[in-house]
Design a protein around this ligand. Structure first.
Ligand code: ATP
Ligand code: MG
Length: 564
């Protein structure tokens, strides 16, 4: 492709709207343009990268034995009402009506559709296992679209759904996807970590996320410094800290006027946050739930929702609900005499001695509280793990870092097949629900994270496998006929070799051309300059500062070497 003919619109300035590097560079390099909040148009260069990622995904999915399929993006509400998710999805779902007032949505994901296909098409165990995938546009009215295509409202996802006759089969299907995902991200040039993920209250038997470590990530991952263990903090189990034995003291009510926050309490009681247990009150659908953790800990809301067996709406309770539950102003909640539907107590609290809690009475706290003697609740793991917590596998300390989720694999089990009646006849002629798995990769998000990991101050550094073009040929002086002729010859010969190559034949200064080549991130640059008189050209890799002087006849071999 000749740059003079191409719609290329690089920007020198960083657009103010873009907070993160990948977003800035995708705009500056003219990969995409914003149309509305969280909605983007792909320009020719950006589209080529997208297509390359899609091709890698397609190859690896085919290799793993999955079959490509394409479902509609516009989906009838009936399917979603059957699974119960028409309401559950909430405002994230784009809903619409047709001219006859029939309700539809723009598909945010396709479990229902594929379960419907399966119940219509799969009759017998002889058709199993089956894995269907598609590369298709999804719509989610995200509460906070941001970071460009990282979290957009329209995005391309590869989603796959596996169907097996039993759980052993599901394990095999799941492991195949696990391997395919590893290959896909590796081929895209991404370094990512596979972490254990939460599979929800009713969720299946296993789930893993492919995470790219990054400061801008909206997820937190906990991983062991000594062994392979890694998990989303939503999922990572915590181990209670064991404290030194103390003699049990007598329960004592203390007047604490205007002392409400943990900080104020620490000053008042002249002690550490480890001596307090806080009681947080939530609303989970129509239930009021209290959760106790040690004063310096954070509640892990996902663990709480799972312990409840799921909840559609889960949020901190409002002041009125707190007053009703505690008969006190906000800030004095405690477990003794609290009026809630469930009281969850983190195991660590049960191991504490002589601690301090709110007294459910404005202006009062209890000290020398002990679990079992003074109150009881449902014990469990309800806190978030933190840096330094023990690894559940080997006991060594864990680290916590931020990550971006690029892919997710999930054992669904019979969650959808049972609710939607997707059954098959087994070897004995008995009707059984299909055992399902689902597997997703965000194609646009993958593209953005590759940029997050591969860039410098001058622009994007595309890995060869997904670069929009592999080579750019630049005649340094457009007025120099020999330079232009040789550049064009090299360009044509590389094209003939099946290499994707750009010729920067624009009437611009060499400096401008170099800047653009760096910004759009083309892996190899061949410059035809003054030295062409001696039969030499310059070869430079985008990810290196070395410039190699190479004879025209040898330049083709040099390019080919990069593919090996
Ligand atoms: P997140 O927690 O980031 O919202 P999710 O759990 O909703 O992700 P899934 O439903 O598992 O995501 O979707 C599969 C993949 O689709 C994700 O791993 C991610 O790569 C991609 N994805 C999800 N939401 C978006 C979005 N709004 N914009 C771009 N990609 C997305
Ligand atoms: Mg989401």
């Amino acid at each position: 492709m000749k740059l003079s003919k191409m719609l290329i619109s690089t920007l020198r300035e960083t657009p103010a709207e873009a907070e993160i590097v990948s977003h800035q560079l995708m705009l500056r390099a003219g990969m995409m343009r914003k149309m509305a909040s969280g909605i983007y148009n792909y320009m020719p260069l950006g589209l080529r990268v997208m297509k390359k990622i899609e091709d890698i995904v397609r190859e690896e999915m085919d290799k793993a034995g999955a079959q490509e399929f394409l479902a509609s993006a516009i989906l009838p509400s009936e399917l979603w009402k059957e699974s119960g998710r028409w309401e559950v999805f909430g405002p994230e779902m784009f809903k619409l009506k047709d001219r006859n007032e029939r309700e539809f949505c723009l598909g945010p994901t396709h479990e229902e559709v594929f379960t419907d296909i399966a119940r219509n098409e799969i009759k017998s165990y002889k058709q199993l296992p089956l894995n269907l995938y598609q590369i298709q546009t999804k719509y989610r009215d995200e509460r906070r679209p941001r970071f460009g295509v990282m979290r957009s409202r329209e995005f391309v996802m590869k989603d796959a759904y596996s169907f097996d006759k039993d759980y052993e089969g599901l394990d095999i299907s799941y492991n195949k996807m696990y391997e395919a995902y590893h290959n896909i991200f590796k081929r895209c040039g991404l370094v990512c970590k596979c972490v254990e993920a939460d599979s929800g209250a009713m969720g299946g038997s296993g789930s893993a996320e492919f995470m790219v470590k990054s400061e801008i990530g909206e997820d937190e991952i906990a991983f062991c410094t000594a062994c392979e263990y890694a998990a989303n903090v939503e999922k990572a189990p915590s181990t209670p800290e064991v404290l030194e034995n103390e003699d049990i003291k007598e329960l004592n009510k203390v007047t604490t006027p205007d002392v409400k926050t943990i900080d104020e309490l620490i000053k008042f009681f002249k002690t550490t946050p480890k001596k307090f247990a806080k009681t947080l009150i939530y609303k989970a659908d129509d239930k009021v739930v209290a959760v106790m953790v040690r004063g310096d800990r954070e509640v892990n809301e996902v663990k709480v929702v799972n312990a409840l067996g799921g909840a559609i709406d889960f949020e901190m309770a409002d002041a009125t609900t707190v007053k009703n539950a505690t008969s006190a102003e906000v800030g004095f909640a405690g477990p003794i005499g609290i009026k809630v539907d469930v009281l969850f107590v983190d195991e660590e609290v049960a191991n504490m001695y002589n601690f301090i809690i709110g007294a459910n009475e404005t202006g009062y706290h209890y000290e020398n509280v002990n679990y079992g003697r003074d109150f009881e609740g449902k014990l469990g793991d309800f806190r978030k793990v933190v840096e330094g917590d023990k690894c559940p596998k080997c006991g060594k300390p864990m680290t916590v870092a931020r990550g971006v989720e690029v892919g997710h694999i999930f054992k669904l089990g019979t969650k959808y097949s049972e609710t939607m009646g997707a059954n098959f006849l087994d070897e004995k002629g008995e009707s059984k629900p299909l055992i399902m798995g689902c597997y997703g990769i965000g194609v646009n998000r993958t593209m953005a994270t590759v940029i997050e990991q591969n860039h410098d101050e001058n622009g994007i550094i595309w890995p060869l496998a997904i670069a929009p073009y592999q080579v750019i040929v630049i005649p340094a002086v457009t007025k120099d006929e020999e330079q232009v002729r040789v550049a064009e010859e090299i360009y044509n010969r590389l094209k003939g070799m099946g290499i994707e190559v750009l010729l920067d034949d624009r009437d611009e200064r060499a400096g401008v051309k170099f800047k653009d080549a760096d910004l759009i991130g083309i892996p190899m640059r061949i410059t035809v300059g003054k030295k062409v008189k001696e039969g030499n050209v310059e070869f430079k890799l985008r990810n290196s500062s070395d410039i190699e002087l190479i004879s025209i006849s040898e330049i083709f071999e040099r390019v080919e070497k990069e593919f090996k």
